[in-house]
Design a protein. Structure first.
Length: 386
């Protein structure tokens, strides 16, 4: 199992949970339920630390080189990320209720009915909102005061958090997700959950194509270039991202193809590495769709003001997360719990679904970076001529 990538391990865990859940006695199922309860307590303790560890140095890094070009790039990347989230919410609000029945809601309730043998409470140092506000205040403070000691300290803290995610969370996630699907299968309702999310994944795949089309239509319109030609030129970056599932690893290909779209070396070299960190439209769309689905399944509130709050916070929380394997899903746990009220089971389902579609979200992100670079190059040339 250790030799397999994370996605194969997640898929194996889901399949094994479904197969074994039909034959395992309740006593053994409760063993895994107990493990899941302990792990979820540990994860809840880590969520505020993950938020602080990823967001503070990211804001500090962005703020260090303040300038018009930086503000333009960050503003456009964040706006496009939010638009992708709103598009996902609007689409889901219209289509998802037709795909979910009451039996699925009953499945989650039955899965929660299995109790662990014992519980261990691990209170978090900060709640989610306190961690978010603290991250903004400290990050902006470091950016404006140019404090090297604090900057170095939080950069090293980010390294600790990244190592914790890589060593103590990601390797255990397959076992955690196995326990979730084991419990659902034992109650006899895992089939309904999988059937619903199979339909949702099809919609997510179509949405990521829609996002790329409107990004390049806008870019082509502003730059007066053929948008389909611009998009076709970015396909090598798209397929590289599908294979690597890493925005950072795809940067050389994204940079090369962006330059082939006529973007100047100066703008391409600036925008592509930065957007690989802050432009996450594909990831935003996936998490928003999955979160809305879980809200509908569990009967949780899912009105527009609530999801707007969630989407705007998520767009900030996932800054710098693409540099960490599974980082975007981990960073999303804070808003999922703090804003939408997701319990550990619901969070585990989101993580499993996100990782299952990780490569498509990454491909959408990096391909869209090329469209943003075309837009920024056009606006930069225009302002320089003025």
């Amino acid at each position: 199992m250790k030799k397999q990538g994370l996605l194969p391990r997640i898929l194996i865990a889901i399949v094994m949970g479904i197969l074994i859940g039909d034959v395992l006695p309740e006593a053994w199922v409760r063993v895994f339920v107990t493990f899941n309860d302990l792990f979820s307590q540990f994860l809840g303790f880590l969520i505020p630390l993950i938020i602080v560890g990823l967001i503070v140095p990211a804001i500090a890094d962005i703020g260090r080189s303040a300038g018009r070009l930086l503000l333009l790039t960050v503003g456009l990347a964040y706006a496009d990320t939010i638009i992708a989230g709103l598009l996902a919410f609007a689409t889901g609000t219209i289509l998802f209720p037709m795909l979910i029945d009451t039996e699925v809601s009953m499945a989650v309730e039955k899965a929660d009915a299995l109790q662990p043998y014992f519980r261990l409470q691990i209170p978090a140092i900060l709640d989610v909102m306190a961690a978010l506000v603290s991250s903004f205040v400290i990050g902006i403070g470091i950016a404006y005061t140019d404090s090297p000691a604090l900057k170095k300290g939080f950069t090293e803290f980010r390294t600790i958090i990244e190592k914790t995610i890589q060593v103590a969370i990601i390797p255990i996630l397959p076992l955690y997700i196995f326990g979730i699907f084991l419990g659902m299968t034992y109650t006899g309702e895992a089939y309904h959950i999988i059937l619903v999310f199979a339909k949702i994944i099809c919609i997510i795949f179509l949405l990521h194509i829609v996002i790329l089309l409107y990004e390049f239509l806008i870019a082509g319109g502003l730059a007066r270039k053929n948008p389909l030609r611009l998009l076709l030129n970015m396909l090598p970056a798209y397929f590289t991202a599908l294979g690597t599932s890493s925005s950072a690893a795809t940067i050389p290909v994204t940079l090369r193809q962006t330059k082939r779209n006529g973007v100047s070396d100066e703008i391409a070299s600036f925008c592509v590495p930065l957007c690989a960190t802050i432009h996450i439209s594909g990831s935003m769309m996936k998490i928003t769709c999955c979160a809305l689905t879980v809200c509908l399944i569990c009967g949780l509130p899912h009105d527009f003001p609530l999801f707007l709050h969630f989407i705007m916070l998520l767009g900030v929380c996932m800054i710098a997360a693409p540099g960490v394997p599974g980082g975007a899903a981990m960073a999303a746990l804070g808003p999922l719990a703090g804003v939408l009220g997701f319990n550990p089971n619901a969070q585990a389902i989101i993580v499993a679904l996100y990782i299952a579609m990780d490569s498509f979200g990454t491909a959408c992100n990096v391909t869209g970076d090329g469209a943003l670079a075309v837009i920024i190059d056009k606006l930069h040339r225009k302002s320089r001529n003025d």
